[in-house]
Design a protein around this ligand. Sequence first.
Ligand code: ZN
Ligand code: ZN
Length: 108
Amino acid sequence: MNGSRNKQPTSRDAPRGPGETVDCGEHGPQPETFVCQHVAHSLVSREPVGFHWPEDSDQQFPDAWCSECDERHQRSGYEWTGEAADNLGAKVLCAGCYLEARKLALGE
Ligand SMILES: [Zn+2]
Ligand SMILES: [Zn+2]
């Protein structure tokens, strides 16, 4: 039996995309998620800012944004352009922090 099961993922060479992990100071290595700067900041302020994501997303942790970004997104014709894009300020969160922010906003 040739048991070479310690296959290292070559994330260094992989293109950036779904499936990336982020090393969170609080939660350790976690799937990478993207949220607007306001959702990210809500983890610090502990003030709920709303939590919106694409309804048709089949991702476990779809990109998410706050209520104010959602209004700008609607005004921009549901495109991330103009003021919607200018104010988004997307941040990377670990999946643990993402779920915390969602819980804070939705009171789950
Ligand atoms: Zn926002
Ligand atoms: Zn985290």
